[in-house]
Design a protein. Structure first.
Lengths: 295, 233
């Protein structure tokens, strides 16, 4: 029982980060039908910014702000440079473009920085734990879960209570009709990328704090988690993306602790297998998206 | 107010609209009738900026608006109630109306919402209902109310009575009549040619992507040949 609770907390901590990444993927998919395989590059870019800031003697407090700003700015820049040129193209073109962005960003760091892994100090409290009854809870997981809950509440309020949120939901449901109502496609798409970058920035802070390192290909792993979680949740559903992220985090932690030691290193493989099974039986993901396809 | 001249729109190689011309004066109610596939929807969508015409010109209030994006056209006062209504089924009735008023100053929005509630009592009872649960007639009213939220100077409607039960068709035509008596300028595509001609100041007949006839409602109704051939029984 204790072990299960322990796993649940660990899994929710991990899953929270995935949920933030998946939500960013889902927001952009909603308005553009773009499955963004370049989403992880926001972590790559902010990771190098962190490496630079730490080298320049910045505190982690300042660096957190830098990471979020860099992530939002990168998201908007990628939209401007790449995705704005393929707006309205078929889904496959969009997919290929996002792959292209992923390769270009990693190549830039490979060429102009270094192929090797750069490390930076992690904040001291990342490995601290405290006792909660019979459980040992990481301070880090507690912070991650807390910040994620606050972020999700704020995002929900933004989507439900503001005109921007309403425009975003309308555009996701039917882009052309939203434009007929006067919703500016530029504002709503850039807004979606800014929101996606903000969510990725928060995820990025935690991802980098835990990793303490960055490399040109560091974006692949978070991208896979974000995209997979969004797919598992049901592409286009924001609630589904969050659930998908949490489910993915929990599945990883539970499997890692339950699988026999000899196959524990195959956890990722087993997770992918489970996802494949899920799609065989429920191809639309956890949450079914009912609104009409964009035409 | 609206001047369309020689407008051509292609889907790939096929011209769905060939050199169509029409005009709508301020305060006029103009009908656009013709059989299925005649290009009526293509014409409205080309005027509204949803489709990019390959030739011809659209001017609205003297300004050349050819190929202008819909969000910009709406701001200059031209709104379209699209074919199949296209209401946002995941949003509530109120949210649908709010998005319709996205371009009006937020201070004016509450009064407009009240106005729509009074004009469409059927909707007011379902304010917080998801629009996906509305009946066809309610959904059509919502689509029209949503378009009115932007306070358009020219309102275009694409088949507002399509798929509605006869009783609800009456409701839609009464609504058009009410808008007309307020002095609104309307351009309405209708399958129901007979009723549209009764209501409209003038009408255009389309067939195979071309505008083939124009006249007052009475003229077109009296021209039996034209009526039978192009408009159907």
């Amino acid at each position: 029982m204790t072990e299960l609770l322990q796993n649940l907390i660990d899994g929710l901590g991990r899953g929270s980060i995935y949920a933030l990444l998946a939500l960013g993927v889902a927001v952009v998919f909603g308005v553009m039908h773009l499955l963004n395989f370049a989403h992880g590059e926001l972590i790559t870019v902010s990771g190098y910014a962190t490496f630079w800031a730490m080298g320049a003697g910045w505190s982690w407090y300042l660096t957190v702000a830098l990471i979020v700003v860099v992530s939002v700015a990168t998201s908007l820049a990628i939209e401007r440079v790449a995705f704005s040129r393929v707006r309205g193209a078929d889904d496959f073109t969009l997919l290929l473009t996002s792959f292209g962005v992923h390769f270009v960003v990693s190549a830039i760091f490979l060429l102009y920085v270094s192929a090797s892994v750069k490390t930076f100090p992690r904040p001291g409290w990342v490995t601290n734990t405290y006792a909660l009854g019979s459980l040992r809870v990481e301070v880090f997981d507690t912070v991650v879960i807390g910040v994620t809950v606050v972020t999700l509440i704020a995002t929900t309020l933004l989507l439900q209570r503001t005109m921007f949120g309403l425009a975003l939901r309308a555009a996701a449901a039917d882009f052309d009709t939203a434009r007929l109502m006067g919703v500016r496609s530029n504002s709503v798409i850039r807004g979606a990328f800014a929101l996606s970058g903000l969510l990725a920035g928060i995820a990025s802070v935690f991802w980098l704090m835990r990793a303490g390192s960055i490399s040109p290909s560091a974006g692949i792993n978070p991208m896979l988690k974000g995209v997979l979680a969004a797919l598992v949740g049901g592409l286009g559903s924001l609630r589904g993306a969050v659930l998908g992220g949490l489910a993915l985090g929990l599945a990883e932690v539970l499997l890692r602790s339950r699988l026999p030691d000899s196959v524990a290193s195959l956890t990722e493989g087993v997770v992918f297998l489970l996802i494949a099974l899920l799609f065989i039986f429920r191809p639309q993901g956890i949450v079914t998206v009912t609104h009409a396809e964009r035409v | 107010m609206l001047e369309v001249s020689g407008l051509t729109t292609k889907y790939g190689e096929i011209s769905a609209l060939r050199e169509a011309s029409l005009h709508v004066g301020s305060g006029e109610v103009v009908g656009l009738i013709g059989p299925n596939g005649a290009g009526k929807t293509t014409l409205l969508n080309s005027i509204a900026g949803l489709l990019a015409p390959s030739g011809g010109r659209v001017t609205f209030d003297g300004e050349d608006t050819t190929g202008m994006p819909p969000e910009k056209l709406l701001r200059s006062g031209l709104a379209l109630v699209p074919e199949h209504r296209r209401i946002f089924v995941d949003l509530t009735v109120e949210e649908n109306l709010r998005i319709g008023g996205v371009t009006v100053p937020s201070a004016d929005r509450p009064a407009l919402l009240d106005e729509m509630g009074e004009r469409f009592p059927m909707l007011r009872d379902k304010w917080t209902t998801s629009a996906g649960y509305l009946s066809g007639g309610e959904a059509q009213q919502l689509a029209i109310a949503r378009a009115l939220m932007s306070r358009p100077r020219l309102l275009m409607m694409d088949e507002p009575s399509l798929g509605l039960a006869p009783l609800l068709v009456d409701v839609v035509f009464e609504l058009i009549e009410a808008l007309r008596s307020q002095g609104r300028t309307l351009l309405v595509v209708e399958q129901n040619a007979t009723r549209m001609l009764e209501l409209a100041d003038r009408a255009y007949v389309m067939r195979s992507g071309e505008v083939v006839a124009e006249g007052t409602g009475a003229e077109l109704r009296d021209n039996e040949d034209l009526f039978d051939t192009f408009v159907g029984n």
